[in-house]
Design a protein around this ligand. Sequence first.
Ligand SMILES: [Zn+2]
Length: 314
Amino acid sequence: MNLLSKLSVSALALSVVACAGEETPPTAPEAVVAAEPAAEPAAVEAEAPEVMSEDVLAFDIGEINALALTDGQFTMPVDQSPFGAQPLEDVVEALDDAGLESDTLSLSLHPMLLEGTILFDTGTGGPPAGGLMTSLSDAGVEPADITDIFISHSHFDHVGGLITSDGEPAFPNATVRMSVEEWDFMQTNEEQSAIVAAVSPMVETFEAGTADILPGITSLDTHGHTPGHSGFRITSGEETLLYVGDSMHHFVLSVGHPGWTIAFDMNEPVARASREALLAELAESGETIFAYHFPFPGVGHIETNAEGFVFVED
Ligand SMILES: [Zn+2]
């Protein structure tokens, strides 16, 4: 493991905002703070995320060690964003109000890894992103180490990394897990035929809402974005984390305006209802979420303020 530095959460949050849409490395030297002396018990208790490289960040879910792994970033002119069903001025105003750049829209892509072996989604597998293998290598993990891959849904930015550029399974020892409905959908999708052909023998499906697909990992039916889209709840002792997949895409637009569907929501009314219900539940529970497309690492929780729902980074 190559532990380069430890950042305070606030320094990390600042650097994430600073690098949105740019190539600036998130670990600017002035952002680095010294690790707390080991002699202070309070410092030992602190759960500051550990930056293992600029693309890998470690955190804990109870006793489980977890990594956020960068695959890349989508940056697009705001008038070509997938929120195009919404009047452009509304989108620009929402971005302005949040203090974000409003001429471009950025979505991060970052799979999650548990215990060095259980992967959640796989990135694009190539341009315009495709950095997952480098991030895994930075974390000291070999593709052959991966035993299980949970797929939230079968869009290319989540399943593209299942195969190599030669069309071979990228994670040869893994069981690929997705809902029955999603696998049915994926097999009828001509665009994914190469991936389907390569990974078919590795796929094991589950019914939406199945508890303990693996110990402590439960599926949550969040279909609408795709026919079998799933979230996943990871439980360790008293702690839980909800991997929300593409139930929400943008940390300001999707959370603050859950009624705004995006171009990739296949069933818009269901996707909207699913997102609204999930946000209400998350605001009530305060449960930690992992959001694949929010600014890296996308770990935080949902709160309610006078305006509506907001995402607060942990
Ligand atoms: Zn996505």
